[in-house]
Write a protein that binds this ligand. Structure first.
Ligand code: ZN
Length: 432
């Protein structure tokens, strides 16, 4: 990724005298061509600028020294061609930073134009489509596709070791029952094609909360799920609840992540922060954390829906709190309080193998429900889909993906051989 950033780095030096008043960028026009999108900034005088690309998500950053933004360019939400959005911010020392949020990766080219016709000075940025067919020839069979990875589910059994967590009136310790449930969930995830579990805590020992996050990140987790069992002084309180990080927790956390750049340098939403200035880092981290919380809420809602089938939940909606283990800026994170260990009947249930298994199944269904429509690119889950085109038959599709016809039908719950163009079939793993 860094290599690409460097490769995309271009320098253009104009004749702007450093002592001049700031140049004003007072308009932008966009055009979408079949092979590129052109962005033209109207400027009040000649400028110099630098340009670099950022990936995941794709962005192009344009820095213009000694410049400021005109009123008409303050907000530009209009999506044209490859540009989804244009944002601007004034940096230290009067550098104007313009960020183009892109639909997909682009090859940028930029140049300035002197006044001509009805226009004054302009800065032109062309975003060229990257020819995918040249980069990697179209593959004929799924087996030749680039290597796909498993979706990684990090399962965190709360507490452990010196920290027993909540203790029930019958002596049941939270750390023990949540580890049992976590192990059961891991076993279920293991059986799912295209999914891999990571148990953050594998035995009766304590792991610091930040370390739990770091283990998940090192394992490339796509989801972080922390399992707990509530304790409360009122024994009557019962039912499970599902938490995600609150925005308040997130915003104070952001400061922390920024302060610990060396920790966050490995990844924050796919963006390296160590070589960015603070303002950009903050903007990027904010976007990343916002997206992550949104994803977390969706997973959590799925999970809560499944847990409701097991009995009345404590709260009927997803709760938000500033739990440290939920503070990954880039991994959707959910904390499940499976039950109240302080409630006598729930304490008994928490010890019951069948109930532990039901809880694990409910969480698995919640995870599957979410990733069925949000499989991360590059995972088996994302690849195992086929959109029905004219002329497709079930037999052809089964042959093409090397699965039996019955398996394909069963996997998709198909009762007949009829297919509808545009529908999506899920493809079971090859050879199954
Ligand atoms: Zn707990």
């Amino acid at each position: 990724m860094n290599r690409l950033i460097t490769a995309c780095c271009l320098w253009f030096i104009g004749q702007a005298p450093v002592w001049a008043a700031p140049v004003e960028v007072d308009g932008v026009r966009l055009w979408a061509a079949p092979d590129h999108t052109r962005v033209v900034f109207d400027i009040s005088g000649p400028v110099e600028h630098t340009l670099f690309s950022l990936h995941d998500p794709e962005r192009l950053v344009i820095d213009v020294p000694a410049a400021r933004i005109g009123a008409s360019l303050k907000s530009q939400d209009q999506a044209v061609g490859m540009v989804r959005k244009i944002r601007t911010a004034l940096q230290d020392e009067g550098v104007l930073r313009i960020v183009l949020d892109l639909e997909r990766q682009a090859r940028p080219r930029s140049f300035t134009l002197k006044p001509g016709g009805q226009h004054g000075h302009r800065l032109v940025v062309d975003l060229y489509e990257i020819d995918v067919s040249q980069k990697s020839p179209v593959k004929k069979s799924v087996k030749e596709e680039p290597r796909l990875r498993d979706l990684v589910v990090a399962i965190d059994a709360g507490h452990g070791g010196d920290d027993p967590g909540a203790i029930g009136h019958g002596g049941t310790r939270e750390k023990d029952v949540v580890l049992s449930i976590a192990r059961r969930l891991a076993a279920l995830v293991e059986k799912e094609p295209g999914m891999r579990p990571v148990l953050i805590r594998e035995g009766d020992y304590y792991i610091g909360l930040r370390k739990r996050i770091n283990i998940a990140r090192k394992q490339g987790a796509d989801l972080f799920l922390s399992i707990h069992a509530d304790g409360f002084r009122d024994r009557r309180v019962k039912g499970s609840s599902v938490y995600v990080l609150s925005r308040r927790g997130a915003s104070s956390e952001m400061a922390r992540w920024l302060a610990e750049k060396e920790n966050s340098a490995d990844l924050a939403g796919g963006v390296r922060l160590d070589d960015k200035d603070d303002l950009l880092a903050e903007v990027l981290l904010d976007l990343s954390q916002t997206a992550t919380i949104e994803a977390s809420v969706e997973v959590a809602a799925n999970m809560l829906g499944e847990l409701k089938r097991l009995g009345k939940t404590h709260k009927s909606s997803v709760q938000q709190a500033g739990f440290v283990v939920l503070k990954s800026p880039d991994i959707p994170s959910v904390l499940v309080e499976t039950a109240f260990i302080s409630n006598t009947s729930e304490e008994r249930k928490l010890r019951d193998r069948r109930h532990q298994e039901s809880l694990a199944r409910a969480m698995l269904q919640g995870i599957k429900g979410y990733f069925a429509s949000h499989a991360p690119p590059g995972t088996h889950l994302a690849a195992f889909e086929h959109v029905i085109r004219p002329g497709d038959t079930l037999g052809h599709i089964a042959q093409r993906y090397d699965v039996s016809l019955n398996r394909l039908k069963g996997y998709n719950g198909l009762k007949s051989d009829r297919l509808r163009i545009g529908d999506t079939l899920r493809i079971p793993p090859a050879g199954s």
